[in-house]
Write a protein that binds this ligand. Sequence first.
Ligand code: C2E
Ligand code: CA
Ligand code: CA
Length: 712
Amino acid sequence: MGDAADGRQRGREHELLAYVVLVGLTGAGLCLVSVLSLQASDVAALGAPFWFIAVLVLLGELRPVVAAGDYDPEGVNISTAFVFAVLFLWGPWPALLIQAVAMVTGELVRRKELWRLIFNSGQYVVCVGSAWLVLWVFGMHPSPTEPLDVDADQLPAMALAWAVYFFCNLAFVAVALSLKNGTSFRDEFFDDIGYYAVTTFAVLALSPVVVMVTSAAWQLLPLLLLPLFLVYKTASISLEKEHAASHDELTGLANRKRLLEEAGRLLAEASAAGRPMALCLIDLDRFKEVNDTLGHQTGDRLLAIAGNRLAQSVRSGDVVARLGGDEFAVLLTHIEDRPQALQAAARIRAVLGAPFHLDEMTLQIEASIGVAVHPDDAMDVAQLMRLADVAMYQAKEACTGVELYHAERDVHTLARLGLMGSLRAGIERGQLEMHYQPKVAFPRGDVVGVEALVRWRQPMRGLLLPDEFLDLAEQSGMMRQLTEDVLAQSLLRAATWWHQGLELPVSVNVSVRDLADVAFVEEVERLLAGHRLPARALQLEITEHVLMADPARMSAALESLGQMGVDLSLDDFGTGYSSLVHLKRLPVSEIKIDRSFVSRMTDDADDATIVRSIVELAHALGLRSVAEGVETPEHWQALKELRCDAAQGYLISRPLPDDAVTPWLAARVRSHPAWGSTHDGAVAYDDAAAYDDAAPAPAYAEATTLRVVTRP
Ligand code: C2E
Ligand code: CA
Ligand code: CA
């Protein structure tokens, strides 16, 4: 905030203080006069009816009727009807005193700040005092010893007294609010004036009735409470309803609608006061996995805890909302600049990152937070939301956790958000295409399979790699559709080969989403049958992450796939947190060593050890080990020495488009009738002399029908 704005605010604070003190002193002065002017005879004359009403005033003060809508969180005070009854019956002094006592008690019970207590008590007393002036002008001089004799002619005077009270009250409050918020008096005065007028006059109109009942038979006053009780009841029901409509059931936080309303109001206040404000959009990373694997109940509990943590991590006055699913928003109203907003967001992220303890499980989730600041980035709520959303995607993509909105970066991200919409259409229009990367066995380089890797030929952006759109597919719930297309294309390709006699398994990558869907297994079965392919023509690659959370649910799908005879391969091994127990229990027949270990194994002793351990582990469990990312002859040599079973990587071949993969395979195939020619392969993985032609490739011995010829 600028120094000038700072100075203005401090100036206003001083004025507000002076104003509050002035109002308080005036009120106190009036009360003092009241006490002094009351005689003992007056007090005696007041008697039981007065004390009874006094109790009602106090009760009304302690239980205001809070109506739905956010006009007036303080509620309508029905005690005013009784205060005015006292005023009409017995004159100003008892009325002022009772108003003061009730107000101070009420504010103390409500634990209001001292300045509010002083101001509210003072101004109500002054307002009642001004109402009395009207009566006085009209020649009505009731006193404890000479109570008013009500009749209908007095109604105009009474009504005028109400009006004066009402406008007086409104003006006092408007001055205080305009000083406090830096807004104009006019705006504050007319803000919701209709609502206040209706509620205030409705309550005040009751006062002559209270007067008449009291004059006739004050013992009947409790009967008046019955309709009032009804008013309370209806008001509180409408309040509950409103709460339900504006809050999220699961977390009890504000919902989207409520957030937008609140944000609109707070933004206007902040603008007027020259204060900045920040909106954080929070998305839990990989929450869908939790939901899919641990079930919705656990997911819901996690969300509830997360919501609670959020609510506790902000300052009072900030707004926390759940926008739906795993998306939350926090409106920060106490920040001074952008760096502070970023800090606050980072703090929120840390709070969410602490482990969640659910039953005997401990879960950890991360969040991505996008922050947009008013007025730097946006002037209105809708724009602020949109930009925070853009920043959130930036945080997700860059894996930085928290990002402030930066206009320069927006172009790119907007393009990607646009992609999200076009992915669905792209899949439908057949824009996904498959590339195939060969997998070869040690030691001779026999081709043992191909891995199908998806690409998206996007009309505007060219060929996109999976990293550029898989997360979009995941987030927009299109993973199943994508895998369906990938499976269909890959099995069509496999079918052509197999029916030509090239019996080579095709590996397809599948996600958690696929395996969580019971229809997936049937789909695989249907496609295999449709192409007249045996189950061993297909291999599925799953990452460790899939197995992590809910082995039971996943293994049901995996079990049936295993029984069908589909080979399962554990992808990116070493990067997740799979336990060895799962490995043993699941029908996995192959482990793929993540390329991050392989690529460093010739430089880094630790990585070499990791690769060795994985190979040994695989063999101990009777599984095959496949090294990914084999790029150099040194890798090849080292892996061969470790007795790794197979390799995949740029050294052997990059993923090849559909029309290039068949010639590549054909060039390396000999001795197969359908593939005829004995074409020598040109790829040398290592020193040819080191090839041990006599050594069998144990794990693949039966499965393989092809051989790659690798003589330089
Ligand atoms: P992945 O399953 O680990 O696939 C291997 C990735 O490593 C491929 O990247 C491949 O091009 C790359 N690669 C192969 N050899 C080498 C090498 O020697 N050096 C280096 N640096 N990289 C190598 P790609 O095609 O970009 O795929 C990335 C990831 O996207 C895949 O990792 C896989 O997890 C996922 N993916 C690809 N296609 C599909 C699909 O159809 N469905 C699903 N669910 N995921 C897919
Ligand atoms: Ca893979
Ligand atoms: Ca992999």
